[in-house]
Design a protein around this ligand. Sequence first.
Ligand code: PEP
Ligand code: MN
Length: 353
Amino acid sequence: MLVVMKAHATEEQVRAVCERIESLGYRPHAIPGAVRTAIGITGNKGAVEAGTLEEMSGVQEVIVVSKPYKLVSRDVKEDDTVVRFRGTDASFGGRDLGIIAGPCSIESREQAFAVAERVAKAGARFFRGGAYKPRTSPYAFQGLGEEGLKIMAEIRDRFGLLIVTEAIDNESLDLVNHYADMIQIGARNMQNFSLLKKAGRMRKPVLLKRGMSATLEEFLMAAEYVLSEGNYQVVLCERGVRTFADHTRNTLDLSIVPAVQKLSHLPIICDPSHGTGKRDKVLPLARAAVAVGSDGLIVEVHANPDRALSDGSQSLFPDQFDELMVEVRQIAPVVHRSVQEPQKQPAAAKAGK
Ligand code: PEP
Ligand code: MN
């Protein structure tokens, strides 16, 4: 159920409707759009008695949402959601693409700083790096944990990059929420519903990666879990799905980008690194992702990929990342988008940190 407010409804009118929904025992989600505010209702088992809401002042109409996902749907919010980061010019879902780059794992301060310096110089606004790694083998490198998060916090201060890193369980989520700017939920956890709900109670943007065999509907339902807890700042990420193809690690399903954009107001970015698993395929698929309308990219970069503790074979050399940025900067305007130039002075340095 969705309450659509009139274009000029006042804040008081929106608040009164929210209070009425609460008094009926449901949860209201007021989502302002470009033209009007819509109020999604969750917590109802069946149909909500619309009568009392329909007559309230400022209400245009009450509509039944037939899709299983509500808050992520364009029915609730017609215009694109832009996820912004306070005090910076970085965003996802606006005209500028959001570019995230960095190593798969944080291995040491030196390793992380070397990559951060290069990706910042190339124009990325976000730095990625795993401190908690969901590895197939229990004997593989599991990440530096909190020490890795501290290194990334230093990188934010030194280079003005926003930090994106994965939380793999409830415990790491608290720490990631403390140190990072954006919480990554990985493919393996896309249907970890308790983790999604907890991320929904955080007030930091969430990067939600598509499960490796998730359908479009399952992907949107996972995002719905986060929004249903009150966190509306979700960026989706296509990272490749399992297919019979064996020339790549995964098959980057670029067709999901326009499919998501048709149904949902949330931004969606692509990960050509995990999406291919092969260094020489990352640049071509990054070009294609931008051309298909992706709202950004997440790319693995390592100064010495042959010695990387995880995902070396899909990590770009810094020079290759430079080339990627040059090319996507040229492709973006064709699809009415842009890629920011490198920051003259890192935001953090400007703030006197
Ligand atoms: C990663 O980003 O390093 C990662 C583990 O990604 P995914 O969850 O997509 O496999
Ligand atoms: Mn990786």
